[in-house]
Each structure stands twice: as C-alpha cells, then as structure tokens.
Design a protein around this ligand. Structure first.
Ligand code: BGC
Length: 364
C-alpha cells in the first residue's frame, strides 16, 4: 500500500483528499449488497458528455448495441457541445421521470450533478459513474473506469523513457498540460504523472522552462484542442525562442495532436509528446514517429463492464467491485471497478492493438 494523493479540482468545489490506495494488481476485491432486481427489459439510461474525444463517440454506439443485446431498453444521450452541463442535467432528470432502473453517467461536469443523481436514487434508480467520478454527493452507487492514477503514472514514465531516447542525459526542457478542471479525472491523471516527474524536476533532470507547474496553469478548458494549441503557441513564443523544447506531458491524444500542430507551425522539432485514448489519428502519428505514446483504454471493455454491472443489478446479484479505497468523491468513498490501462509506443503498438479491428491495421 502506498499513499495516494488525489487532487480534485472542480468548479463547484476544490477538495484536497489524502487517500490510501494500492496500485496495479489490486487484491482488495470487495462487494456491496445488490438491490432486489428488476424486470429484464427495463430502461437503462446512459448520459454521456459531449464528444470531446473518440472514446465518447465509440461508447455511445457500444452502449446502444450492448444494452439491446442484454435485453434492456437503452436510452443513450449525449450532452451538446455548448450547453453541456444543463443538457446533461435535463437528460438525467428525464431518465428518472421515464423510470430508468440504472443510470450510467459519464459526467460533463462531475461537480454539477448532485441534485440529479439524488433524485435518481430517491426514485429507486442505481447510479453508476462511468469513466469520470461524480463529486460531492452520496448518491453515486458505483464507479467504473480505467485506473486514472495509473494512466498518469504511465504517461509520466513514457515521457522519461521518450526523453532518454532523444539524448542520454538531461537536463531536458519540458512543458506540462492537464485536462479540463471540471473533469475529476484531470487532477488524478496529473497527480499520477507528477508522482513520477516531480522527483526528476526536483533533482534538475527535468526543467519546466516556463515555470508553469501548477494544475491551474496547465489546465485545458473543456479538453478542447484549440485551447491546448493556443497555450502551446504562447509558451513557444514566451519561452522557446532560443532553447529547445524536449518533451510535453499531454493528458490525451486530442491535445497531443494540437500540441504537435503548434510546434510544427512554429517550425520547431517535434518533442516527445505523451497521450491517452488510442485515437486512430494518434496511432497513425505514433507509427509515423511524431507522437511518442498513447494509452490503450479499450472502450469495448469498459462499456461491457458497465453493462455487466447493470445485469447484476437486474438479477438482484452482487455487483463486483475491486477497489473500495481510492475514489473519495468528497461525500463518500465510491466502490469502484477499475480496469488496467496499457501504455502504447511504436514498439508495442502491433501487440497492444492485435485484437482491435480498427487499430491493428494502422500498425502494419
Ligand atoms: C477520459 C479521457 C478523455 C478525456 C477527454 C477523460 O475523462 O478519461 O479518456 O481523453 O476525458 O474526453
């Protein structure tokens, strides 16, 4: 067991939580009591955020098909791009009114759903937070996600490994990017990465030349590519007139490509850039030697796990979880089922995507 610090920065609340958790190879299987079950053709609501990355696009179709196959009536909704939070609040309220028995939520803003999920629970629905935690409410029954802290650790390590392939020794000039502050995952990814990078910053191996190391400075509002590109443009102008940029910590693939676009636009060499999500364009970029790494969080497996939870609830069986310590949402520790993320570079891409019909051909 090791101490894990999760910094959760949300618009609604800034909470500092010191949590005790254990890393990969979790042995702490636990379970919670199931409800009494419900009819097999019941409605299962799925509220997804706007399509800020490919994983969300994929998830919608997989939920539609998977819920149908399991015999449920699926009600899958996306929040719109501009009125995201209000859209999602309204969609969840409608699912409650329509009698959904389970509501699976990929939060648009994890800090702004407390009222809606409380109403869901009051109406007897079970609430499952999908991929992103819902904060500051006891009305979240389960969380299903890839291990977010591990994602960050893998990104931090990939950045170090990539830098070592560029030149044997530091100091290396790097910049740090993080995700949207309304997504509870963003701080966990960042903290995971910094658990690896901070000691190397402290010993001088890594130099964040801009001095911007605080998550408030590194955040990318809305996970939007244009915001990352603009910040990278500004950093190149302010800091990299004469010195080289060796590496960039990017929290996902969409932002990684935006960062690379910015660097190319400035006529500079492409640094080592990390990513996440295994988006097709980034896998191509990795194979072409531009982006350095991504993370494989197979959306098919995550959706299947969420649907398995709904099936267990339908049958009145115990819902399987494997982590009951890591995800304190500010009101309770949410029992979670965490899946293991996999780091992918040019070296292991073919192996990592061997069973993915879309990505495997890109690695040939
Ligand atoms: C997900 C990432 C994704 C990001 C932007 C996060 O909550 O975990 O996989 O890249 O949202 O959509």
């Amino acid at each position: 067991m090791r101490k894990r610090i999760i910094l959760t920065t949300a618009i609604a609340a800034v909470a500092l939580m010191a949590l005790s958790g254990c890393a990969g190879g979790r042995a702490d299987t636990a379970s919670t009591d199931a409800a009494a079950g419900f009819p097999a053709d019941s409605t299962i609501g799925v509220a997804l955020p706007s399509k800020t990355s490919e994983n969300w696009v994929l998830a919608g179709g997989l939920f539609e098909d998977g819920l149908k196959e399991a015999g449920f009536t699926g009600d899958v909704q996306y929040a719109g791009a501009s009125t995201t939070v209000k859209d999602q609040q309204d969609q969840i309220s409608a699912m409650v009114t329509n009698g959904a028995k389970v509501i699976i939520i990929g939060a648009a803003d994890g800090g702004q759903l407390a009222t809606q999920v409380q109403a869901a629970q009051d109406a007897g629905a079970v609430v499952i937070a999908y991929d992103r935690l819902i904060l500051n409410t006891e009305a979240v029954d389960y969380y299903v996600a890839y291990d977010n802290f591990k994602v960050g650790e893998l990104q931090g390590q990939a950045l170090l490994d990539g830098l070592a392939t560029k030149k044997a020794n530091g100091p290396y000039n790097i910049e740090l990017f993080s995700g949207s502050s309304d997504d509870a995952n963003s701080a966990v990814f960042f903290d995971g990465a910094m658990s690896v990078l901070q000691p190397k910053i402290d010993d001088g191996t890594l130099v964040v030349a801009s001095g911007q190391t605080d998550i408030k400075q590194t955040a990318t509002a809305g996970w939007k590519a244009e915001n990352a590109q603009n910040r990278m443009d500004a950093l190149l102008t302010s800091t990299y007139g004469t010195i080289a940029l060796d590496g960039v910590l990017s929290p996902n693939d969409t932002l990684a490509r935006a960062i690379i676009t910015s660097v190319k636009g400035a006529g500079k060499d492409i640094p080592i850039v990390t990513g996440q999500d295994s988006e097709a364009e980034s896998v191509k970029s990795i194979m072409a030697g531009e982006q350095y790494s991504t993370i494989n969080k197979d959306t098919r497996v995550l959706v299947a796990q969420a649907i398995a939870m709904a099936e267990a609830l339908q049958k009145g069986e115990t819902v399987e979880v494997n982590d009951t310590t890591s995800y304190d949402n500010g009101a309770k520790i949410v029992p979670a089922y965490l899946l293991p993320p996999v780091i992918v570079t040019q070296e292991n891409a073919a192996e990592a995507y061997a069973n993915d019909p879309v990505l495997a051909p890109l690695t040939e």
